[in-house]
Design a protein around this ligand. Sequence first.
Ligand code: IPE
Ligand code: IPE
Ligand code: MG
Length: 246
Amino acid sequence: MPSADAVRAAAADSGLDLSALPVHVGIIMDGNGRWARSRGIPRLLGHREGYKTLRSVLLAANDLGVKYLTVYAFSAENWRRPKVEVEGLMKLIERAAIDELRIMFRNNVRVKVAGRLNEVPDGLRRALEKGVETTADNTGITFTLAVNYGGRAEIVDAVNRLMAEGERSVHEDKISAKLYNPDIPEPDLLIRTAGEMRLSNFLLWQGAYAELVVVEKTWPEFNLEDLVEACKSFQSRTRKFGGDAE
Ligand code: IPE
Ligand code: IPE
Ligand code: MG
């Protein structure tokens, strides 16, 4: 494994401005199924390969100096998939949460989750909660795993919490304050792999002004160089937030 300094030096050599990185990167990790199908192997093996990609991309993002990484692991709509795939994914994420905790800790990663955790299997929920608790004081990258996550559900949950507190009207700041992780800044860059140009209900509220990068490679094929390229693409954009560029 190259050192963080080597990762940063190679990225800078390839033209990345390390002083202007996106602070928060979100990734829609898509194409595990297609990766597996093109090899004639079961979809779950695609998800397992995707998990390995995630480990290396997370550590690479941390090395580069990205402060927040949020990845879409299981959407609120993914329950529509066949039972074996759903159960396999739940088990895979649970095992990953348990097995990776050491590596997360050693690399100073602070783990967070986003999604309706009350609806996932108990073992998975406990493993995720343990990961969050154990790494709460870490000061490196904040890594958020979106599990049973839906952008619309998140907004509905926020509004319901406000109503439960007796609020009779909402405004944007009040909703922002009740999202799953209100302290995490909005994503600057959203990457989606496997060529699909849609959000699929990911970070709808927070991603209002995110720059989008769609990569043709499937998620298991994605690597550090692709992350650096996406960040370079981000750096070539003019962000306007509805105003003018000045
Ligand atoms: C993304 O890969 C992982 C999850 C949605 C859990 P897919 O499983 O959606 O892969 P494709 O889109 O079928 O290729
Ligand atoms: C989005 O991918 C969800 C995750 C990556 C976890 P999907 O593969 O579920 O999205 P659609 O169905 O193609 O929109
Ligand atoms: Mg997909």
